[in-house]
Design a protein around this ligand. Sequence first.
Ligand SMILES: *Cc1c(COP(=O)(O)O)cnc(C)c1O
Length: 392
Amino acid sequence: MRKYIPYGKQKIGISEIWEVLKTLKSEWLTQGPLVRRFEKKVEKKVECRHAVAVNSATSALHISCLSLGLREKEWVWTVPISFVASANCAKYCNAKVDFVDIDINTGLIDTKKLEKKLIQAKKERKLPKIVIPVHLTGASCDMKEINRLSKVYDFKIIEDASHAIGGKYKETKIGSCEYSDITVFSFHPVKIITTGEGGVATTNNTEINKKLKLLRSHGISKDKGEFIGQCREEWYYEQQLLGYNYRMTDIAASLGIAQINKLDGFVMKRRRIKDKYIQELRGLKCKVIQDSDQNKSSVHLVTLMLDDKIKHYRDQIVKNLRDMNIGTQVHYYPIHLQPYYRNLGYKEGDFKEAENYAKRVLSLPVYPHLKKSQQRYIIKTLQGILRKIQEE
Ligand SMILES: *Cc1c(COP(=O)(O)O)cnc(C)c1O
């Protein structure tokens, strides 16, 4: 029997181990000089002014909402097809969450539906304070259009780019915040690069940057020039608002420093694996979702979408693959159908495209060190399963 192939996993090399070892022997373990060095590398890589590293993308989403001034009972809109953290961040602020349906061809926010919903919300005086588009699988949403709508309807934008570091939207790097207020990346091990647990928020706005930095560390400032009170003693630090302990450690940052140097290579290998799947799985009552020509995905995920006619075989296919030691996953079960969100009043039928999408997709294994022989095995196995279904 072959070794189990997961749908995704981290690639750690000697340089990562070396960087972490050096840090363990240094003076700093918690947030210190390496966190700043990692942030600078992110700033350079994604072409933004400020990067603020924290202990997870979930934390980054939370303090991003706060730094944009989100208050109780205000609305945040995101999509049903994402990880629950895209919506939970608003609930942490006691805000209200609503969803915009997706385009089933891409899995991304449908900007036509967004506009329709905004027109309706304006009439009802329920316009969102923040919209959180999600760059599912690493493919960018239509940010120009979302940005245009944000000016007409006066909302802020946080890009949930947890999947998407290393990707491009038209001529801009994802994370450059050309069309948004803040972009968030995740460094969970299953994502493109990892720090163990970790995340970062990027912005070009000086005030937001300051706010994010205060919020990640108890609301405490050590910058005398910024102090509100009178005390200027050497030992003094000042708590200016209610923040959290969301700091990244220097240990995690050193792992990130080694990883980000490899980002372009990782993305290239992921793209090559995806191209192979596209070629080999043609004409089998399914398709691999492809990116638009103008954008470049980081290929966090490869999504196989079954034709409508065979979608009821999806769970069986996942099981058959699992029996052959091939891991796949569904990204995602719609957020609004999770019990927690059903309790808030959402139900089946609320976002039909998302629900249909969630029934038809599975994510195929993709990571930089997936071997050619392993991919051949996955493709052959999958072809066999799909052909058998067609004959039934
Ligand atoms: C992974 C993920 C998150 C949360 O990331 P963490 O770093 O694990 O907190 C948020 N949104 C999306 C879309 C994700 O995939």
